[in-house]
Ligand binder design. Structure first.
Ligand code: 3EB
Length: 320
């Protein structure tokens, strides 16, 4: 299969791939400052397994900046990162304003460079569960994100990218995105209501993401942040082992759905990032993953807040 988009997980910042001319961008989970010239999103939380996620395209890239965005593109894929401080004051919650601005800038850039298809978004938000202006900050984020979708003329149920939205200790709203020229296939999970159809109990505007995005041409499955949610409800509040098992059942259901379009994807192909609310839950979560999927699953752990206060973990993954 022609692999025009590749991702690499690496524990080392010295990786030769950082100098690869086809490097589109990097996610770094590490306290050590990264000296990467490609667009970079860095999460510096203590307790992270230091890791790099590199996205590589097919060849020579063009780099640029536009407003708050740093980007690179190669004729087939566009990768960008942005960090936006929340504005002071105003009647609209600052995080909602920052989110709408970020997504409007991204959609404008995608249109002007000719990469109209959203494939994957990574969203990191300080204090994600705090309530300000009478609304939890994750819900403020969803308001701003959906406003930008509507403003760009996008449907909020069609062609949605894979995504994750996590809480970090501090810092500006930080977003990385991957866009393309050619659509793949958004995948939903039959065990879960689509996030865009969540009832208003979870906020005035629904999240806009699909459970996974399949890129058959690259042989990649991009799996969104996946948690212990069945239907639209959190299950097993307070029980980290049961939440882990439910999360793996959801990941398995997404893989099964994707296999109807591109057979052969299995849990052992996954490179997982496990976001955990409480660092001390790590060994219980690892035990459950190893018991169910075996010990050879690639998983790196990141301490983060999950977007619902009753969720203790969320797992995202890329499979090839
Ligand atoms: C969920 O299933 C858990 O708002 O972009 C997972 C992935 C979650 C992405 C997002 C939220 C997002 O609702 C939370």
């Amino acid at each position: 299969m022609a692999s025009t988009l590749r991702f690499l997980h690496s524990a080392s910042a010295q990786d030769a791939a950082l100098a690869d001319p086809s490097l589109l961008g990097v996610l770094a989970f590490s306290q050590e400052p990264s000296s990467v010239s490609a667009p970079l999103l860095q999460i510096t939380t203590a307790y992270n397994d230091a890791s790099l996620e590199l996205w590589l395209g097919k060849g020579k890239t063009i780099s640029g900046n536009s407003g708050d965005i740093s980007y690179r593109h190669d004729g087939e894929y566009l990768f960008g990162t942005l960090h936006i401080d929340e504005p002071l004051g105003g009647s609209i919650p600052p995080l909602q304003q920052a989110t709408e601005s970020a997504y409007r800038q991204i959609f404008t850039l995608m249109a002007s460079l000719g990469y109209p298809v959203s494939l994957r978004f990574w969203n990191y938000i300080a204090d994600i569960n705090a309530v300000t202006h009478g609304l939890e900050r994750y819900r403020q984020f969803n308001l701003g994100r959906q406003e930008a979708y509507l403003a760009s003329g996008r449907e909020i149920k069609d062609d949605l990218p894979a995504a994750c939205a996590l809480g970090i200790d501090q810092g500006p709203l930080s977003i990385a995105f991957l866009a393309g020229r050619t659509p793949g296939l958004p995948i939903e999970n039959p065990r879960q209501i689509s996030a865009y159809d969540y009832p208003q109990d979870y906020g005035p505007r629904s999240p806009t993401f699909s459970r996974a995005y399949l890129l058959p041409q690259a042989g990649l499955l991009l799996i969104s942040g996946t948690a212990s949610i069945v239907g639209h409800k959190t299950v097993h509040a307070g029980d980290v082992r049961a939440q882990t098992r439910e999360t793996l059942a959801n990941l398995q259901a997404v893989i099964t759905a994707a296999n109807q379009h591109l057979p052969g994807i299995e849990p052992k192909h996954l490179a997982c990032r496990v976001y955990i609310r409480n660092a001390e839950d790590r060994s219980a979560i690892t035990q459950e993953i190893e018991r169910i999927w075996g010990a050879d699953i690639q998983a790196s752990f990141v301490r983060a807040d999950i977007c619902r206060a009753d969720l203790l973990l969320e797992i995202e993954a890329t499979a090839d």
